[in-house]
Design a protein around this ligand. Structure first.
Ligand SMILES: [Zn+2]
Ligand SMILES: [Zn+2]
Length: 462
């Protein structure tokens, strides 16, 4: 990570998002989905729990609620500082607001309970967040999802220790110790998802933290168990001391909602600029092979995200994606024709006239030849090819199984597997699971299913 002088940092703070802009962005983004914002679940006569106060300085864009058991945090995951600048190992993702609201919010146990066996971050929890910063940004294990790469040493992080993940979701992999300059040493800068607070390098009284356990935690004085930050690995809570629910190597947490298939690393690129150009619009500049490239993108009120890619010669390519809510992934009971004008399919203009996969292969996918493509037709074909290629029957496709094993019959699904194989590997285990495969083809389908009724009509297939 590049050292950041105080002066640079101050400029960054001033230059970046005015707070009111962020509120507006968050309201636009979530207003139609979240109705719980105005109706807090806590009894307002009860004093707020102590941990709620830690989020107060950011209450313009981070909302907290509580009941007897949990503190609930609603956030769009975007911080109040500049993002992405300084990254030298970049996977071409950009920060997009996430809808961590309503039932898809974060929750922290108000009364953390030590687990019988703590989870060690060197060995587990490589997926998803393990903590959340008090400014509403999720914090991931400093070791990324391949289980070995230290994201900090690999140049994957910006000057604030964050980057955008595969769902264009901004998160930190380092503790946000820069928040101590603003909040002082006495405030936690985050919380482990087990509910234990995370402090900076110092104790609340300003003395350096000492005698930390393997998880960067300890207990002293009036403070119960708590974590600290460190300059070297594990940098933050090196795992979780408290009880949590873990599924598939991930602590239970809200879901990201990708709007586009994830992108690939661009070796040799360096991100040099990031600006908010309007309440919901951003511009990211990077240097690559001696030229300056720019990505301009904006999030519309209806959730559509427009991308504009500008090359050093000024050529522009555009891409449009529609932001989905979790509701969109289920077909509604009846057709909703009045919404169809809002539900635009992804479109590519400019240089690349790539046709969506389902449209390109509509004839082959229409198994019963009724002129429409049903979601079930796509998913059954995906499942059939998965089973055929999964030679050892372990419900995982290796690169070998996707590319080197002769297909047993012609299928557009096999064609995609052969060409894009490990791009579908979301969890970085170098295999494609049945779920990862299903997610990909579901996404293809719903990108074209304008009225979300689970069936692509000739009109939608045009
Ligand atoms: Zn990450
Ligand atoms: Zn301490």
């Amino acid at each position: 990570m590049m050292p950041l002088t105080k002066r640079t940092r101050l400029t960054v703070w001033l230059l970046f998002l005015s707070k009111s802009l962020l509120i507006e962005s968050s309201a636009h983004q979530h207003g139609h989905i979240d109705t719980s914002f105005q109706t807090p679940s806590h009894d307002s006569t009860q004093p707020p729990p102590e941990s709620a106060a830690a989020f107060d300085p950011f209450d313009d864009h981070v909302k907290v609620n509580w009941d007897d058991t949990y503190l609930y945090i609603e956030t769009n995951s975007l911080p109040e500082h500049e993002m992405m600048v300084g990254i030298t190992a970049w996977n071409q993702q950009v920060p997009l607001p996430q809808n961590y609201t309503g039932t898809n919010r974060w929750q922290l146990p108000l009364h953390p309970v030590p687990a019988t066996k703590p989870i060690i971050g060197r060995e587990a929890l490589f997926r998803g967040a393990i903590a959340i910063a008090v400014n509403g940004v999720p914090i991931f294990n400093p070791i990324k999802n391949d289980g070995k790469t230290d994201t900090n040493l690999a140049g994957e992080l910006d000057e604030f220790g964050g980057h955008a993940g595969r769902a264009d979701d901004y998160h930190y992999h380092l503790p946000p110790t820069f928040l101590n300059e603003r909040l002082g040493d006495e405030q936690p800068i985050g919380f482990g998802l087990d509910g234990y607070p995370l402090y900076g390098y110092n104790e609340p009284d300003g003395t350096p933290a000492r005698n930390l356990d393997q998880l960067n935690g300890h207990k002293h004085g009036d403070l119960g168990y708590h974590y600290h930050s460190s300059k070297d690995y594990p940098y933050l809570n090196g795992g979780l001391r408290g009880k949590v629910t873990v599924n598939n190597d991930e602590v239970e947490q809200p879901r990201t909602q990708p709007v586009r298939p994830f992108t690939q690393p661009l070796r040799g690129a360096k991100i040099v600029a990031f600006n908010q150009t309007a309440p919901n619009a951003y511009s990211l500049g990077y240097d690559y092979r001696g030229g300056r490239y720019t990505i301009n993108y904006s999030v519309e009120d209806n959730g559509t995200v427009d991308f504009e890619f500008v090359d050093p010669k000024g050529n522009i390519e555009t891409d449009t994606y529609r932001q989905k809510t979790s509701k969109d992934n289920r077909p509604p009971r009846g057709p909703k024709p009045d919404e169809s004008s809002e539900r635009r399919p992804p479109e590519r203009t400019g240089g690349d006239q790539r046709q969506p996969w389902v449209k390109k292969h509509a004839d082959e996918l229409d198994a019963n030849n009724d002129g429409t493509v049903a979601l079930s037709e796509v998913m059954e074909e995906a499942k059939a090819i998965f089973m055929l290629q999964d030679q050892d029957g372990d419900r995982q496709l290796t690169l070998e199984e996707m590319t080197n094993i002769q297909p047993q019959r012609r299928s557009p699904v096999y064609g995609f597997l052969e060409k894009h194989n490990l791009e579908m590997d979301e969890d970085g285990d170098s295999k494609v699971s049945a779920k990862e495969l299903a997610d990909q083809f579901k996404q293809f389908f719903y990108e074209s299913d304008l009225d979300n009724n689970g069936r692509l009509t000739p009109n939608e297939l045009q």
